[in-house]
Design a protein around this ligand. Structure first.
Ligand code: NAD
Length: 501
């Protein structure tokens, strides 16, 4: 593993200290009424790079009211006009990819080359994809009897309250904004307190093409702005991405008013390596599936790697070897594969899990461990890829979502038993199977209790897939036309008597 200096700052320009940003409410850019602010820290070196308003009930009230007003005309526009506005946003974001990606890396620590640039490109694709689907919110006719014409309409829901986390803020915000708006809803989006700047910069572009109030973006803490939004009676739909604990809270708030909720939550996803898959390409695939290139800060991270006992030692050696080739360092440095964890809190949390693993009887540390206390990596929130072997599936490090670059390798012997272990979790987001045996691969894919299983690949979600979790990993689907229809429209039947009864 190569280490680059985090503090070289050779690219330091004013772009690297974006400064003060405001919230978008009713087409205006505003501060919080009580003039409170949240500092935004860069995890690459702990410096304060900007600040955003600490919005709360007052601003959420204004934003929901503006969204409700805008809904009247936005929802009745011809769908193709809404689609056109969304496609114009895609075109306007395209030349800004580098700037927005850089901002994202600065504030959340994801490496620019391996993560943020791709994430910003996804934003363009996503606006383009959903912009093209504007006329696909079709209804059906139902042949009830010859005397009745019964048909359905897909109608928007109203004001959507959306909340996103910090780990892929551009992608996750776009995945809510574009389908919701195309379907005719308006939105109040609350950005994450740890990474608000890139989404607010994106909102500045969106606003050029949208009527005032169609998209509102509020910054603030979960307990303040977030709670105000999920409890607001004017919100007709809640769309949340984040932890399972907060997702439960969102669902409770929705239950009070029978407000529909979509939840994209946490995971502790399994990767199962069969005895015929002891190969370097599998080790590289497992590394990608574990989302090491995003410091393991991904809901779909395959953080429990079950390796057949016959190839256990050899495969662990390959995995460790592959991980030794990656470079951890300054997220803005083009040579860094892996950047920094998002915040001091996350850094401490991940270190606590590593300590827990190191103190666990029987666990062996095959790579990584606690971060160095001096040298370049000590200057930001950098944690090296960490591999624990000889892990038991019931241990804390194997059962709780660490959300850091820490993988547990667990031996297995029997196919039924490994499937049982893989499913022995309250999560059910993703799964990965590695084998040349088609039957074993598909049997296992079908047996895993997860919303998305990949066989012999470890990539990220692709537009068009209906992505979402089983069990406590979520409710509802995103990423697709079907997801848009399910999450952001309601089906209405209209029954017309034809006058001959
Ligand atoms: P989090 O749940 O702590 O916070 C997410 C968002 O919710 C933030 O904007 C936060 O301010 C807000 N929030 C916090 N408390 C709130 C409350 N009481 N009411 C309303 N809003 C509140 O999660 P995080 O630490 O920011 O993100 C990491 C988590 O997100 C992980 O569990 C990860 O698996 C999950 N995640 C899931 C997906 C998915 O697609 N399933 C994608 C990305 C992240």
């Amino acid at each position: 593993m190569t280490i680059t200096r985090s503090q070289e700052h050779t690219n330091m320009t004013t772009e690297d200290t974006p400064g003060t940003e405001l919230m978008l409410v009713g087409g205006d850019w505003i501060a919080a009424a009580d003039d409170r602010w949240i500092d935004v820290e860069s995890p690459r070196d702990g410096s304060i790079i900007g600040r955003v308003p600490r919005g709360s009930t007052t601003e959420v009230e204004q934003a929901v009211s503006a969204a409700a007003t805008a809904y009247k005309s936005w929802s009745t526009l011809p769908p193709r006009e809404r689609g056109e506005a969304i496609r114009l946003i895609a075109a306007a974001v395209e030349p800004e990819i580098e700037r927005i990606a850089r901002l994202a890396s600065l504030e959340n620590g994801n490496a620019l080359r391996t993560q943020s640039r791709g994430e910003a490109r996804f934003v363009v694709d996503c606006f383009r994809y959903f912009g093209g689907l504007a006329q696909e919110a079709k209804g059906e006719t139902i042949p009830l009897n010859p005397g009745v014409l019964d048909y359905t309409r897909r109608e928007p829901l109203g004001v959507v309250g959306a909340i996103v986390p910090w780990n892929a803020p551009l992608m996750l915000s776009t995945l809510k904004i574009s389908p919701a708006l195309v379907a005719g809803n308006t939105m109040v989006l609350k950005v994450a307190e740890d990474a608000p700047l890139a989404v607010l910069a994106l909102a500045r572009i969106c606003q050029k093409f949208l009527p005032a109030g169609v998209l509102n973006v509020v910054s603030g803490y979960g307990e303040e702005a977030g709670e105000a939004l999920i409890n607001h009676p004017g919100v007709a739909k809640l769309s949340f991405t984040g932890s399972t604990a907060v997702g439960r809270r969102v669902m409770q708030a929705g239950a009070e008013r029978i407000t529909p909720v979509s939840l994209e939550l946490g995971g502790k996803s399994p990767q199962i390596v069969f005895p015929d898959a002891d190969a370097d390409w599998v080790a590289r695939g497992v590394m990608a599936g574990m989302r090491f290139f995003r410091q393991g800060q991904s809901c779909t991270a395959g953080s429990r790697v079950f390796v057949h006992e016959r190839i256990y030692d050899s495969f662990v050696a390959r995995l460790v070897e592959s991980l030794r080739t990656v470079t951890v360092g300054d997220p803005l440095d083009e040579s860094s594969d892996i950047g920094a964890l998002v915040s001091a809190t996350q850094y401490q949390r991940v270190c606590n899990y590593i300590e827990d693993g190191m103190n666990q009887d029987g666990a062996q540390l095959a790579l990584g461990g606690l971060p160095p206390s001096e040298g370049p990596l000590a200057e930001g929130y950098y944690v090296e890829p960490t591999v624990f072997t000889g892990v038991d599936n019931t241990w804390r490090i194997a059962s709780e979502e660490i959300f850091g670059p820490v993988v547990c390798v667990i031996p297995w012997r029997d196919e039924a038993d490994v499937v049982r272990m893989a499913n022995d979790t309250h999560y059910g987001l993703a799964g990965f199977v590695w084998t040349n045996d088609l039957g074993a691969g598909l049997r296992t894919a079908h047996a895993l209790e997860a919303g998305w299983v990949q066989v012999n690949q470890g990539g990220g979600q692709v537009l068009g897939q209906s992505y979402g979790g089983f069990k406590q990993s979520g409710i509802g689907r995103e990423f697709s036309l079907e997801g848009m229809l399910e999450s952001y429209t309601a089906r209405k039947h209209v029954s017309v008597g034809l006058g001959n009864n």
